[in-house]
Write a protein that binds this ligand. Structure first.
Ligand code: FAD
Length: 358
């Protein structure tokens, strides 16, 4: 059998985290690869991704983990609080998570590629325009067209009834810095608020609220969380409105396959998930590296079939798990019961010594 390495070319649609990671693996193996990116330039804004162990391993396989560590901060513990500030749980994370901004992550990956591999300002091709034995990797995210071109408009990601505001602020002094509860999430009624560190010493924040699509503005952020605890109000006081990102959240319906003919979907194009597990970018990296390595090692048809077997079930499980966490975090009813249960969990963890709080 002839491998793709000997004859083929890979066209990647989308220079996000997945598209760039796949291109790094393929071009290093000597496979001809082109990345088409709709945007005119790499992103300069974007808040922080949390990358856990499997994503760090994928970055290592791309040969960039050490460089990513230099522009990341490690988070080893996190707190879960109520809107009034009471701490339910403060716990060590099962494994340290690397926090890195989207521009930094994408810069490091793009830097590994020769000039001319990534074409900005050029929309990706559709699978029907693929020439010869080429392969198409659809890495064009939640809003890209490859998924619906391959599987129909009924498979388009759907709004989940949640909106998100994100940004960065200067750090501030707070008792919660001392007791280790500043970083983590606060869950209220129908809304949540998160604060994470950045490698440059500033803070990253995100606020999410139940809301019908297109019904909220940047200003709503300030009213939605106005009566939440002090740290949330401190963040709001430091926000530069012009630097805030505000958008609605989507989730993909499940697909029966991540591949079709000589095309495959990776990352959000395959399985857009809500951000409640903080796993979307990490899963995108693992998809991309898995598929690219398979294309290096096997003939294209076999590589695509193996990729689907290795990644589809897991990806769809992550979509469901993230939705389940979101339902709990953004619950609009029964929050006193939820909060009481979380308090019991935190108490039990302190008792058995798993909590970072005394
Ligand atoms: C609020 C929020 C918080 C998040 N927090 C985390 C977190 O902590 N940890 C984590 O792991 N993940 C997180 N995620 C998820 C993460 O952002 C995505 O899962 C990740 O970016 C997916 O990578 P991707 O490469 O598949 O898609 P993207 O990074 O979205 O890249 C897709 C690229 O395709 C391009 N494109 C679109 N259409 C076309 C076209 N027609 N032709 C060519 N190019 C096209 C786009 O411009 C873009 O550059 C979060 C998401 C949200 C919304």
């Amino acid at each position: 059998m002839t491998t793709l390495q000997a004859v083929g070319k890979v066209r990647i649609s989308g220079a996000g985290v997945a598209g760039l990671a796949a291109a790094v693996i393929l071009s290093r193996a000597g496979i001809r690869v082109t990345v088409d990116e709709r945007a005119d330039a790499p992103p300069t804004t974007g808040t922080v991704f949390g990358l856990a162990g499997a994503a760090q391993d994928a970055l290592d396989r791309c040969g960039v983990l050490d460089r990513i560590r230099k522009v990341s901060v490690e988070q080893r513990a996190g707190a879960l609080r109520g809107a009034d500030g009471r701490v339910f749980v403060t716990a060590n994370l099962p494994e340290p998570v690397l926090l890195v901004t989207r521009p930094d992550l994408q810069d490091v990956l793009a830097d590994e590629l020769a000039a001319g591999v990534v074409n900005y300002g050029r929309p990706g091709i559709s699978a029907s325009d693929l020439a010869g034995d080429a392969v198409l990797i659809g890495a064009d995210g939640t809003s890209g067209p490859t998924r619906t071109q391959l599987f129909g408009s009924a498979t388009a990601p759907r709004h989940v009834g949640t909106t998100v505001w994100r940004g960065t602020v200067e750090t501030f002094s707070s008792p919660s810095v001392e007791d280790g509860s500043l970083f983590g999430e606060t869950w209220g009624r129908g809304a949540l608020f998160g604060i994470t560190p950045r490698w440059d010493g500033r803070l990253n924040f995100f606020g999410a609220s139940r809301a019908a699509p297109g019904t909220t503005t940047v200003e709503d952020f300030f009213t939605r969380f106005a009566d939440w605890h002090r740290d949330v109000r401190m963040v709001m006081g430091g926000v530069d409105r012009d630097d805030m990102l505000h958008h609605d959240l989507f989730q993909s319906p499940p697909l029966a396959r991540f591949t079709s003919g000589r095309a495959a979907l990776v990352g959000d194009a395959a399985h857009t998930m809500t951000p409640h597990l903080g796993r979307g970018a990490g899963e995108a990296l693992v998809d991309a590296v898995t598929l690219a390595e398979l294309l290096v090692d096997f003939p294209a048809d076999g590589a695509l079939a193996r990729y689907d077997r290795m990644r589809r079930r897991h990806g769809l499980r992550m979509v469901r798990a993230s939705a389940a966490v979101g339902a709990l975090a953004l619950a609009e009813h029964g929050t006193p019961i939820r909060d009481g249960m979380l308090g019991l969990v935190g108490g039990a963890m302190r008792w058995i010594g798993r909590s970072t709080l005394g």
